[in-house]
Ligand binder design. Sequence first.
Ligand code: UD1
Length: 423
Amino acid sequence: MRGEVEISGAKNAAVAIIPAALMVNGVCRIENMPQISDTEMLLTILSHLGSKIRYINKSTVEIDSTSVNFSDAPFNLMRKIRASYYLIGAMLGRFGIAKTTMPGGCNFGARPIDQHIKGMEALGANVEVRNGFVYAEANDGRLHGARIYLDKVSVGATMNIILAAVLAQGRTIIENAAREPHIVDLANFLNSMGADIRGAGTDTVKVNGVESLHGGSYSIIPDQIEAGTYMVAAAATCGDVMVKNVIPKHLECITAKLRETGTIVQEYEDCVIVKGTSFVRRANIKTLPYPGFPTDMQPQMAVLLTQANGTSVITEGIYDNRYKYVNELRKMGACIDVDGRVAIIEGGTALTGAPVAACDLRAGAAMVIAGLCAIGRTEIEDVKYIERGYENFVEKLRALGADITAVNLPDMPENQENVNQAG
Ligand code: UD1
């Protein structure tokens, strides 16, 4: 692959910022909004709740939630995306009451939301989970600040508690908070609308509740994982790719690991140039919360390591079961043994094209990278997962010289119900 690719706005920031806009009295103008199915679904959910949504151009959207009312949201959409859990915090903040679906079927083992619930309860909400729904209500109409220690470093719980605390009465302190760049982005968005959040990006976040939020403009940060995916794709195909519109600091853990494999990564102010080598060195990876190596880059790196000069070990530090894609890679000739959270990858295997499935969003991206390295033709089904998190994936790859085509098969209609989860 050769050429330049422009990175879109960060999915995991956007899926929290859209629910956050529900709490704003006024027009939020949000730039660098990624056009992916997860954000489209959340915008549809907001418009059902009464928010007015207006696209200014393909990546700028205005959300006016001045006249929203508490009402039932489209639960069929909520069930499809993990990030609908942010509506609990946002609805509690805005209405003092929330009704959402539980984020359903999981891809990487159990993904409970107990820490979200613990946080809401500490802020004075009564939370009940019944028949796949989450009901939450502030005991006296408004939440109250509290000190919350997270038992697990959780991105979702940290952001959800921030959302709920913004319009609460008094000060909330979240300890053992997650530190991902999208948490900082959510806090920056809310602060630019009048919130008072400090410490986002550290393990202690302090939120001083305010009476209301006002409209404003905000630009979402570039997507760390989308950028990382193109970086690995460049490395795995021995390519030379300029990955543009990135924050190199957010990519440091990916850059460092790629350099260990012998890949050349040059960092500039808002882009990185990645040059692959035909001699890929083996490397060990352990996924960890930020600033550790992101679990969302684990499947893509596994593909690169199938091409390395020895045996690599990946240890998954976040999820119990994030190796479903390994069976698909084996169909292409990869030699990978999985034992619990550890995968042992034999390098130097020539991949060959095969019919495979995208098991989830990032696994789907990994299968695409495998297909690009493989000899022969690879057919990937269930690409709807990929569309949840990668804007114009096929077009961007084609512009880099990849031979890839999106196909709509007649027996797989566009609107086919997709109940699995990703992201
Ligand atoms: C977010 C990302 C996802 C990424 C993950 C880890 C979004 C929409 N998704 O997911 O792409 O893979 O961060 O970087 O931003 N946990 C609990 N109880 C809880 C919450 C989490 O036990 O209440 C556990 C999870 O099962 C997991 C770990 O904590 O083992 C981390 O999960 P978390 O950081 O919350 O991930 P998500 O917010 O779901």
